[in-house]
Ligand binder design. Structure first.
Ligand code: 5GP
Length: 210
């Protein structure tokens, strides 16, 4: 009997616009190069500096609706007028190969993942305070006040979904937020259900139910 972990961990990260999620994710992935970051499909237009297949797979509404109809998405949601979704096959292949997968998705998608994959680990990233989130959104200086107020209202709505998450990480300092996520991943990997393969060759353990 081998000692290899049989299935990867599915990790979901959510957080309000402006919380600094992508910076935390970049920091995390620079430390844990073995994690596969899922590139979502979206119908929104690429922003400056975004590349197809890197930040997102950019598709048309028809293409996206085709994927929904063919059941090719693990989850999808409509967010501020655009579709966003996660490929089912890509995720399944990685998890089956024992590779941990990270999803950066909003709260409706996270709820769908929770119902389809109860063992997924759901992490919500918050700013140190709501006032700080407002300051960060204003500091970007790229958006009109109306857009900023819209994002804050959306954030307030998203906070209502936090109780469905397993963990909350505070992004005050990026390195500390990434450190908290690393600690969560370490703890999750030590769960008994994720370590039964380590004792599979011990006499009597064949009766252990997984
Ligand atoms: P943005 O347009 O700023 O890149 O992303 C907007 C929101 O969509 C973010 O909250 C992001 O986490 C979420 N998002 C990105 N990809 C997916 C996805 O595949 N599924 C869902 N449900 N949300 C996603």
């Amino acid at each position: 009997m081998g000692k290899k972990k049989t299935r990867g961990e599915l990790v979901v990260l959510s957080g309000p616009s402006g919380v600094g999620k992508s910076t935390v994710i970049a920091e995390l992935l620079s430390v844990r190069k073995d994690i596969y970051f899922s590139v979502s499909f979206t119908t929104r237009k690429p922003r400056m500096g975004e590349a197809d297949g890197v930040n997102y797979n950019f598709v048309t509404r028809e293409e996206f609706e085709g994927m929904i109809q063919r059941g090719e998405l693990l989850e999808y949601a409509e967010y501020v007028g655009n579709y966003y979704g996660t490929s089912l096959k890509v995720i399944q292949d990685k998890l089956d190969a024992g590779i941990d997968v990270l999803l950066d998705i909003e709260v409706q998608g996270a709820a769908k993942v929770r119902s389809k994959c109860p063992q997924a680990v759901l992490i919500f990233i918050i700013p140190p305070s709501f006032e700080e989130l407002s300051r960060r959104l204003h500091r970007r200086a790229t958006d009109q006040e109306e857009v900023i107020q819209g994002r804050l209202a959306k954030a307030r709505e998203e906070y209502g979904q936090i109780p469905q998450y397993d963990y909350m990480v505070v992004n005050d300092k990026v390195s500390e937020a990434a450190g908290e996520i690393l600690a969560i991943l370490t703890a999750e990997s030590c769960r008994t259900r994720n370590r039964l393969h380590l004792i599979a060759d011990v006499a009597g353990s064949s009766s252990i139910s997984q």
